[in-house]
Design a protein around this ligand. Structure first.
Ligand SMILES: Cc1cc2nc3c(=O)[nH]c(=O)nc-3n(C[C@H](O)[C@H](O)[C@H](O)COP(=O)(O)OP(=O)(O)OC[C@H]3O[C@@H](n4cnc5c(N)ncnc54)[C@H](O)[C@@H]3O)c2cc1C
Length: 420
């Protein structure tokens, strides 16, 4: 029994079917499959993991940290391979990511990042000099090939179709209220199951028994009209490439298969009591800010129609450390807390949960995120104050850096709280 029809739930179903086609698999989904973050994200299928390599090393030791990094890098290819194997056309192209360094502080941070990656020897990061990049004021960039651009809704809806064709049943418009070993209670009745996988990610905050496990943080996006080839060549972004810059408050963009810029960022505020509502998906202030940020990033951009605007919640655990758990006694497992890095990580979670549930001890089940327990978030009002203060701090950190031209003290103070 899988609770939540996003990529975590559906990759788990897909991988379980591969390991044992006779399994009877049911997915319970409150809305429609892919309704959550999985169907509306920025399409970066990256090797990013919310906890940095240094933070993983500190907590789990060097070998475990390196194993986690290798698994993440492999997962970028695995998503493309699995989608092709399943016959899902999701515009997957592994074009890599360009992260522009747009001032001296970002440039020095970029150099440190490349040096650090080299010392670990897993992530192949390249330092690009200014003459290779076209973003405004860019001193250079960090480039990695370990990221594919894809269309998230095509992937998750395709996966739902495939697992159904292979025998799983997906019950949409079914709200899970609570669960205990062997039983799941929904608004349409009780269901019995030997194994239960909780795959609610940001939405965990809306169910009483997991309310403080993650904090739902909103990320919002815009998509421009299609741009012509001349403009794309001035931007210096090729098909399949994704881009960002070195600021503290995350932004992310991709060149879509139909030549739009899909561009998103954080900055929308956290809502009291971890509430999630369709009203929070659209915030005009944030959409205007995203549009202005895009023009600030690329001087070559002409006036553009913004044709689409949307957003959604992602799940932030208290220590910014994603996890997979499974208890063979109770038969209950879960995965999530990917912060904004779940598009690929859900696939790794699905493969790992399938190994755990079918009782196979593998390299995946030995990865350090397996069995990791993040602390709970504080009750309100502390959660509200802390989360919104954190968002303000990240905005302030970028302003501080611009003014002082030094690494932000605010960002440094926040680093341990954000998985760094
Ligand atoms: C705007 C945005 C941009 C992002 N960009 C990127 C990106 O570029 N790259 C990246 O790696 N990650 C990105 N992310 C994060 C990524 O999308 C998520 O980490 C990932 O999709 C999580 O998948 P999931 O299946 O665990 O959760 P979800 O996709 O959120 O699925 C959970 C499902 O549970 C359902 N549900 C909720 N409550 C109940 C209930 N009570 N009963 C039954 N079902 C319920 C929901 O409807 C939903 O379908 C982004 C997220 C957002 C919101």
């Amino acid at each position: 029994m899988i609770i939540g029809g996003g990529l975590t739930g559906l990759w788990t179903a897909y991988e379980l079917q591969k390991r044992d086609p006779a399994l009877s698999i049911v997915v319970l989904e409150k809305e429609i499959a892919g309704f959550g973050a999985s169907g509306r994200n920025g399409g970066w299928c990256s090797a990013l993991f919310p906890a940095s390599t240094a933070a993983l090393e500190k907590r789990h030791g060097r070998e475990a940290a390196l194993a986690m990094r290798r698994a993440m890098v492999d997962t970028v290819d695995e998503v493309g391979r699995a989608a092709a194997e399943a016959g899902i056309d999701c515009d997957y192209v592994r074009g890599g990511t360009i992260v522009y360094a747009r001032d001296e502080v970002q440039w020095r941070a970029a150099q440190r990042e490349v040096d650090s990656a080299q010392s670990y020897g897993v992530d192949a990061l390249e330092l690009w000099q200014a003459d290779r990049v076209r973003a405004r004021d860019a001193r250079g960039a960090v480039y990695t090939l370990a990221c594919a651009r894809l269309h998230p809704a095509k992937l998750v809806r395709g996966l739902a179709r495939v697992v159904e064709e292979r025998g799983a049943s997906i019950h949409e418009s079914t709200t899970v209220l609570r669960w205990q070993p062997g039983v799941v209670e929904t608004d349409r009745g009780r269901v019995r199951a030997r194994h239960i996988v909780v795959a609610l990610e940001g939405y965990s905050a809306t169910v009483a028994q997991t309310r403080r496990r993650v904090l739902p943080l909103y990320s919002l996006m815009i998509a421009t009209q299609p741009l012509d080839a001349q403009i794309w060549s001035e931007l210096g972004i090729e098909h399949g490439q994704t881009f960002s810059d070195g600021r503290n408050l995350t932004i992310y963009g991709q060149r879509t298969a139909d030549d739009r810029i899909a561009f998103g960022g954080r900055g929308a505020r956290y809502h009291w009591g971890s509430t999630i509502s369709p009203d929070y998906d659209r915030v005009d202030r944030v959409f205007r800010h995203l549009e202005a940020t895009l023009h600030d990033l690329f001087a070559a951009l002409p006036d553009l129609e913004i044709e689409h605007r949307w957003g959604g919640p992602l799940g932030v655990p208290r220590d910014w450390h994603a996890s997979v758990t499974y208890d063979p006694q109770s038969g209950i497992g879960s995965a999530g807390g990917y912060v904004g890095d779940g598009l690929s990580t859900t696939n790794l979670a699905g493969r790992t949960l399938a190994d755990l549930i079918t009782g196979h001890e593998t390299d995946l089940t030995r990865l350090p995120w397996v069995g990791h327990r993040s602390p709970s978030w504080e009750p309100e009002p502390l959660r509200f104050i802390g989360a919104n203060a954190g968002l303000l701090a990240m905005t302030a950190a970028d302003a501080e850096q611009r003014i002082t031209r030094r690494p932000s003290l605010v960002a440094r103070a926040m680093a341990p709280l954000t998985g760094h």
